[in-house]
Design a protein around this ligand. Sequence first.
Ligand code: SF4
Ligand code: SF4
Length: 249
Amino acid sequence: MQGENSVSVASEHVASWLTAWMQAEEIVLWGAADLSGFSTPKDNAGQGFPRALAWAVPMSRLVMAGIQGGPNQAYADEYGRVNRRISELAEKLAAEIRSGGFRAQPLAASERTDKEKIRGDFPHKTAATRAGLGFIGRHCQLVTYKFGPWVRLGTVFTDADLPCGPPVNRSFCGRCTRCVEACPAGALTGAAWEPGLPREAILNVQACDHWKKAHYFQYHQGHNCGICAAVCPYGLKLLKMKPDNPRDK
Ligand code: SF4
Ligand code: SF4
């Protein structure tokens, strides 16, 4: 199941109300992920989840294009706005799924709390690649086909029986290394992603975090940077297309 293409193939009842729900919420890029073989967060009864719903909410492309030299207040505001939207959607979707008699548990948009980490720390990116939404770029972020990396991600774990999208299993960065060269912290190794590759093989998390806290503390206490995503050609190509995000018109 994946976004706009899923409507015709999703015959199950759950899939069809879910498709209608996503349309009503104007979520155009979403899918279901088969997580068998993965260690997911557990519910209050200690049970993990076999599947997840993954979706992407686009950031304003004008804001993203404006941070190629470093983050600014407009980016911090947009980041917060989109994360709040994702968290609201996640809670709403989980409640909707539960009302259908299934288990469901949302994953917070980002900056997870210690309490949430105890319940299970799971990358949104993993659910998104398994749902077929995109691949992981050399900047260690999801690159979607529709919005490039200029998105924030949402995930709801569930045991609802859904047709799952074919996972994406390779990088489409090709010879591009633009994000690696643009990173002011030298935190990106340049490695091409493949499933199972540890994050540390792509990103030096400490170097990235240290740079952000040292230089961009005024924006969400140094959680945000965005340069590597801003320079990605899969995002920049959106500037040449007709805007479908009302915030970019
Ligand atoms: S977020 Fe900034 S510091 Fe971190 S890898 Fe990307 S460009 Fe480098
Ligand atoms: S900037 Fe280039 S190398 Fe980096 S993620 Fe985008 S396509 Fe891949």
